[in-house]
Design a protein around this ligand. Structure first.
Ligand code: FES
Ligand code: FES
Length: 141
């Protein structure tokens, strides 16, 4: 069916031409590194963000994924999505958005979860290096 074909096209496009593959110096103070694994299959994803401290936005992003095609496609798509976002915006991304865009089947949902975990982990690593950048809790205001 058409749906099935477009699923393959989007996943295969990101899988065969992954965007933003690479690494950054993890010791740079403006770089946040997330390294996460999927317990279900043992696949591993490393995602790194470079943050512009003035605007608190993601100016660059790189990933390396040792995993299945859906995990590679999820991380590739995620890198395109988060570039230019504020850390707050990027931290709110849900794996279901990624799965929906790539039309992942239910059995592949955990592959997109890896991407959500990776960006959250990269953001929290950045905040641990730059505690002053962490937004104060605005709950109730
Ligand atoms: Fe179709 Fe993986 S891209 S099954
Ligand atoms: Fe485990 Fe895709 S990340 S099968």
């Amino acid at each position: 069916s058409i749906t099935r074909r477009s699923y393959h096209e989007k996943v295969l496009d990101h899988y065969s031409r992954p965007r933003n593959v690479g690494s950054m110096q993890k010791n740079d103070v403006d770089v946040g590194t997330g390294l996460v694994g999927a317990p279900a299959c043992g696949d591993v994803m490393k995602l790194q963000i470079r943050v512009d401290p003035k605007s608190n936005t993601i100016s660059d992003v790189k990933f390396k994924t040792f995993g299945c095609g859906s995990a590679i496609a999820s991380s590739s798509y995620l890198t395109e999505l988060v570039r230019g976002m504020t850390l707050e915006e990027a931290g709110r991304i849900k794996n279901t958005e990624i799965a929906q865009e790539l039309c992942l089947p239910p059995v592949k949902l955990h592959c997109s979860m890896l991407a959500e975990d990776a960006i959250k982990s990269a953001i929290s690593n950045y905040y641990s290096k730059n505690p002053h950048a962490k937004p104060t809790n605005l709950a109730g205001t």
